[in-house]
Structures are given as structure tokens and as C-alpha cells.
Ligand binder design. Structure first.
Ligand SMILES: [Zn+2]
Length: 342
């Protein structure tokens, strides 16, 4: 099969012939139709995430099953599927209570520890394939369908984890990125008042179209005053931070009002300082959120199938254009999500 192979950190993709994947017992092979391209996988290409090279990256897929080996549960050849990104055990206490992003026997990620979707075929443990609802028009919208399993499902989890309701006022930091735009759309779907915070002012239009009532550049120096005015001095109920740098997290804490929740999802790994006195007086909460559950992927597929939320994919390219596309992702100039059609 043809695949986009990364041979080392910060290497260009090599579009080459590799052996077709051979499924092990309990695994299935699917023919990839489309695969989403976001910052998470660009971190691998750029060498910021450790993986075993050579590797085929990509985990947001639309695909059709072509081969099953051993017990593959409900899966059948010909079924359209997407994927659950994490390799989890399915039997530890966290997997059992539907919090599998905390799996005790976590085995890594599709596209890092095992080959992913930037190829004609992908082989995965059967439990990582999620059948698509038959009301979803994946043939017409393969990339929009592919990105649901992360770009829609991750924001859906944030709504639940942050206990966000439609009387809350929410700010999204990194609102113009692939996850940020879909977070705004998710908040809009729930009729929740939200503000977009973003360094790139060219993304203002897209953020407002996705549902932001107010767009603020994180580089402007009157952010705190503007938010105080906007919230009539009450401060925000929730800040969702997709950047999670020291500066963005400290900004997040500073704009929260009483009972505020700071939700951090960005992978910077940086530490930050918060005033414990203010946290106490305001009863602030710090919440980490990591990807989503399989059920949240299923729920997200349903939300899109029912047209309650629409994925935004603005760049659709062939595998031959993958290097150029990833340069744009690295520069942060893509609006919404991008992806590759195979
Ligand atoms: Zn587990």
C-alpha cells in the first residue's frame, strides 16, 4: 500500500510503498478514505512528541473495514468506521467506569505507538474501531466525518467535565485552532455565551461564525478590563485553555469570577502560578481534561448525524500535498481543521 511515512523527527513525509498491514488476532483492517490533520499529530512530525520511528501518523479517520481476524465483536467487513485515539485495556477500573482516558494499562496512541491513518490501510485492535451511524453521510463528507472522533468529541467532554450550563459565560483560549473552533461551535450548540481569545486576529471572523460573541486578541493589554465590562464585573464562569502555556493559564485564572473553573487541555507541560488566597475566596476549580471517552465519540457522531453541530474543515488535500499542509498547521494558519483524502 501507499503510505505517508515519517522516518525521524522533523523529517518531511515520504510517500512510499510499504507492506499492507497484517491484522493480529482481535484486530481489523480498514481502507482509509480520509484522515484529519491537527496540531496533535504535527507535534509528532515536528519531534515534540516521542514516538517510535518510522511511523505513520494520523488518528482521525473515516474508513471502511476490509478484513477481520479472530473475535472482532460487532464489526463486519464493509462497515464504515472511525477510530478511538487511545489504546486502552477495556477492563481496568477507569475503563469500566467509562473514564478510559485514565486507563491504568494505557498502551499509547494510534499514530505514535502503532501506525495510524496516513495510509491506504490501517490495522487496529477491533475495540478501537467505532462504527458510524448510518444516518451520517460519510461518503459525501469523509473529512468532516473523520474529525468528529477528536475535534468534536473532545469539546463535548469539556462541556460535561466543566459542568458548563447555558447560564455560564465562557472564554476559550486558542479559540481559532482546530479544537478551539469546535469548542466554540459546541458552546453555541448548547446556547452558551462565549468569548474567543486568540493570538491570530485573522481568525476573528471564523471564531465569530463558530459562535463567539466577542473576539479578543491575547496580545491586547486591556483584556481583563474588557472581560470585566463584558461580564458586568462578575468575571467568567469557565475558561477553556487549549494553549496551556504559563501565560495563558495565568490569564485564565485572572479572568475567572466566583465559582470559576479553569479547564486545561493544551499539551505545553508548563507550570503556572495561581494565588491560593484568591482561589479560596472565589472557590475556583482547576480541571484537567484529556481527550474523551468512546461514548463521547458515539454521542458526537450522533450530534453531527442529527445536524446539531457541523465540523469545519477548510483544507482538504491529497497525500502528495501533506508536507505543505503540515507547514501550514505548524504556522497556525489553518482555520478549523484540515485533512487528507486518500
Ligand atoms: Zn483500562
Amino acid at each position: 500500500m501507499k503510505a505517508l511515512v515519517l522516518h525521524g523527527p522533523n523529517n518531511p513525509f515520504s510517500y512510499e510503498n510499504v507492506s499492507d498491514p497484517i491484522p493480529k488476532n482481535g484486530e481489523a483492517v480498514a481502507k482509509v478514505i480520509a484522515c484529519g490533520s491537527g496540531l496533535t499529530i504535527q507535534h509528532v512530525k515536528a519531534g515534540r512528541t516521542e514516538v517510535n520511528f518510522p511511523i505513520i501518523i494520523g488518528h482521525e479517520i473515516t474508513a471502511e473495514l476490509v478484513e477481520l481476524r479472530g473475535n472482532c465483536g460487532e464489526l463486519k467487513v464493509g462497515m464504515p468506521v472511525t477510530a478511538y485515539f487511545y489504546l486502552t485495556c477495556g477492563y481496568c477500573k477507569w475503563c469500566k467506569i467509562n473514564r478510559e482516558s485514565l486507563c491504568e494499562n494505557f498502551n499509547g496512541y494510534i499514530g505514535r505507538q502503532i501506525n495510524g491513518g496516513y495510509a491506504e490501510y490501517i490495522s487496529l485492535p477491533a475495540k478501537n474501531f467505532i462504527p458510524l451511524p448510518n444516518t451520517l453521510n460519510y461518503k459525501k463528507y469523509p473529512l468532516e466525518t473523520a474529525i468528529i472522533c477528536d475535534a468534536i468529541a473532545t469539546p463535548l467532554k469539556v462541556i460535561k467535565k466543566g459542568r458548563i450550563t447555558n447560564t455560564d459565560k465562557v472564554a476559550v483560549i486558542g479559540a481559532g485552532g482546530g479544537l478551539g473552533i469546535h469548542m466554540l461551535k459546541m458552546l453555541k450548540m448548547y446556547n452558551i455565551d462565549c468569548i474567543a481569545l486568540e493570538t491570530k486576529t485573522i481568525k476573528e471572523k471564523a471564531c465569530k461564525e463558530a459562535g463567539a460573541n466577542l473576539f479578543l486578541s491575547t496580545t491586547s493589554n486591556n483584556i481583563i478590563e474588557t472581560i470585566q465590562d463584558y461580564t458586568k464585573t462578575y468575571g467568567l464562569d469557565v475558561v477553556v485553555d487549549f494553549v496551556s502555556s504559563k501565560a495563558s493559564l495565568e490569564l485564565g485564572v485572572s479572568i475567572l469570577g466566583k465559582g470559576g473553573r479553569l479547564i486545561t487541555l493544551g499539551g505545553s507541560g508548563e507550570s503556572f502560578v495561581a494565588d491560593s488566597g484568591k482561589m479560596l475566596l472565589k472557590e475556583l476549580e482547576l480541571i484537567g481534561s484529556r481527550y474523551c471517552t468512546k461514548q463521547e465519540v458515539l454521542d458526537s457522531l450522533e450530534l453531527v448525524a442529527r445536524k446539531l453541530i457541523t465540523p469545519l474543515v477548510t483544507e482538504k488535500v491529497s497525500p502528495l500535498e501533506a508536507n505543505e499542509l503540515h507547514n501550514k498547521i505548524e504556522m497556525g494558519t489553518v482555520i478549523g481543521r484540515a485533512g487528507i483524502i486518500f
